[in-house]
Design a protein around this ligand. Structure first.
Ligand code: HEM
Length: 516
């Protein structure tokens, strides 16, 4: 009768053993009018050892699109259903906040755009989104090219010396260099130098990631904060970064005061196209902590995510040589030896599909975190205000019900002449950049950044997992990391001759084909 028995039937079809179903639904039968969310029991110990989203996948197969997970006194709702995800993220988004995420990230992001909620979020979103306009993103393409070219030089040297390279940390440096210039016009040059500021950024990042997977908030213990050497290091790193941010804000403010440019919608300063420059020119308050919080948020949001996408893309490619060949063919014909331009972004269709598919198999971050601000109904179950919710993008993206050969890396699953897959046209079964009002503001930026890096790297080199490299396994921080790096052997490609694609000339006798 009604919903519970329907749910029971579909769980049973999914192969859930009848004992489990009887147990799960025994209480439902007793309270038909008030269905209760399935509760995963006895699975907690499995959670600690590996990346936590892996056991959540097994539980999803057993318990379905929404279930409760208990961790001692804590309890979480795990959502892996596209309709429920759409409800939380888009249709009733005002009833949800960032919850635990905001608590964990407060020390570094303050009330920056990612953790912020309510009015603060609304005002800052309206201020920041215009800064990432079309002309800005177009100006970024050459920055992506230059930064990737520096990486190519490094790889060139490694190829000459026959030395293996650890790609995960190289990608992390690449994307740090890019985001520093893009957000506040600062050249970390982390691909060449290991300066104090670069180390400070990593100290803060590691702390944020450790806090997000730590079961006990040890950093909240008052004395701990003062005596723990590690917490002292974190405080010192934060101070260093904030001092540099203050300097950069002051320098930028002077530039804005001196320039003649009139501020307008697609305003870009050629010397300094950064987001900071746009914000100051638009009249943002230089002295505010909010501005620093937002800069710090974008620094972190745009750094590890893109690095992780590139890392897992190259891992996936290392196992599918046929995809690499197709990719190289496209890049050779579209780019040749040129740096990519904004026009090329439309033409690098297959490269874009490779990134789309990499983001499906390795979504960054693998779960989205929310907390209910009011009572609501999710998938037919009433829930209370104050519930902590994990939307498992990992589960959505690998659901056997939603995808054909879900585990397979298959860029061809999206036709080249079709639309770019996103949450709207995939009806919330694909959420690489989230969805609804809290969707990523850097989605275009990040797509172009990763496509440019991918195209330029595979154009010049072949990559293979290094001989004797440790197995590539996953661990979690905010994004998915490898446990022991991605060690690869890089060899220079023997470039095939560049043949421009011809418009099928009709070869009449005597007609000459101009190849220049
Ligand atoms: C939010 C993914 C790059 C800035 C998000 C969200 C996702 C995401 C999934 C939604 C989080 C949620 O709903 O809880 C990614 C991925 C990236 C990337 C996979 C790279 C491939 C960037 C870049 C920037 C950026 C380059 C900055 C230039 C932000 C900000 C938010 C956000 C500010 C918060 C938006 C809000 O809450 O209003 N990102 N992102 N991201 N992202 Fe990105």
């Amino acid at each position: 009768s009604g919903f519970p028995s329907g749910a029971k039937k579909s769980l049973s079809k999914l192969g859930v053993p009848s004992e489990i179903l009887e147990f799960l639904f025994s209480w439902v039968d007793a309270h038909e009018d008030c269905p209760k969310i399935p509760e995963a029991k006895g699975a907690i110990s499995a959670i600690r050892s590996e990346a936590f989203f892996i056991p959540l996948y097994e539980l999803f197969l057993t318990y379905g699109g929404i279930f409760r997970l208990k961790f001692g006194p804590k309890s979480f709702l795990i959502v892996s259903d596209p309709f429920i995800a759409k409800h939380i993220l888009r249709e009733n988004s005002k009833a949800y906040s960032k919850g635990i995420l905001a608590e964990i990230l407060e020390f570094v992001m303050g009330t920056g755009l990612i953790p912020a909620d309510g009015e603060v979020w609304r005002v800052r979103r309206r201020t920041i989104v215009p800064a990432l306009h079309q002309k800005y993103v177009a100006a970024m393409i050459s920055l992506f090219g230059q930064a990737t070219d520096r990486l190519c030089k490094k790889l060139d040297a490694a190829a000459s010396d026959g030395e293996d390279v650890e790609m995960e940390s190289l990608f992390s440096h690449l994307t740090l260099d890019i985001i520093g210039k893009a957000v506040f016009n600062y050249d970390f040059d982390s691909l060449s130098n290991d300066t104090g500021i670069v180390e400070a950024v990593y100290t803060v990042l590691r702390e944020a990631e450790d806090r997000s997977v730590s079961p006990i908030p040890f950093w909240e213990i008052p004395i701990w904060k003062d005596i723990s050497p590690r917490q002292k290091r974190v405080s010192a790193a934060l101070k260093l970064i904030n001092d540099i941010l203050d300097d950069l804000i002051a320098i930028c403010k002077r530039m804005v005061d001196e320039e003649e440019l009139q501020f307008h919608e697609e305003y870009v300063n050629e010397q300094d196209p950064s987001i900071l420059h746009f914000l100051l020119a638009s009249g943002d308050d230089v002295s505010s902590k909010q501005l620093r919080d937002d800069l710090m948020t974008m620094l972190i949001a745009g750094h590890e995510t893109s690095a992780a996408v590139l890392t897992w893309t190259f891992y996936l490619l290392s196992k599918e040589p046929s995809v690499v060949s197709k990719l190289q063919e496209e890049v050779d014909s579209v780019l040749g030896d040129r740096f990519p331009t904004i026009e090329d972004m439309k033409k690098l269709k297959y490269a874009t599909r490779v990134i789309n598919e990499s983001l499906r198999l390795y979504p960054q971050p693998p779960v989205l975190i929310r907390r209910s601000l009011e009572n609501d109904v999710l998938g037919g179950y009433p829930i209370k205000r104050g519930e902590d919710i994990f939307i498992s993008v990992w589960n959505l993206h690998r659901s056997p019900k939603l995808w054909d050969e879900a585990e397979k890396f298959k860029p061809e699953r999206w036709p080249l002449d079709g639309p770019n897959p996103n949450e709207t046209n995939q009806n919330f079964s694909y959420l690489p950049f989230g969805g609804g009002p809290r969707k990523c503001v850097g989605d275009m930026f990040a797509s172009y950044e990763t496509v440019v890096a991918l195209a330029m790297l595979v154009r010049r080199f072949n990559f293979q997992i290094a001989l004797g490299a440790p197995p590539v396994e996953m661990t979690t921080g905010a994004t998915i990391h490898t446990t022991e790096g991605l060690k690869m052997t890089v060899t220079r490609r023997i470039k095939p001759p560049i043949v421009p694609t011809l418009e099928m000339p009709s070869l009449k006798a005597g007609a000459s084909v101009n190849l220049s």
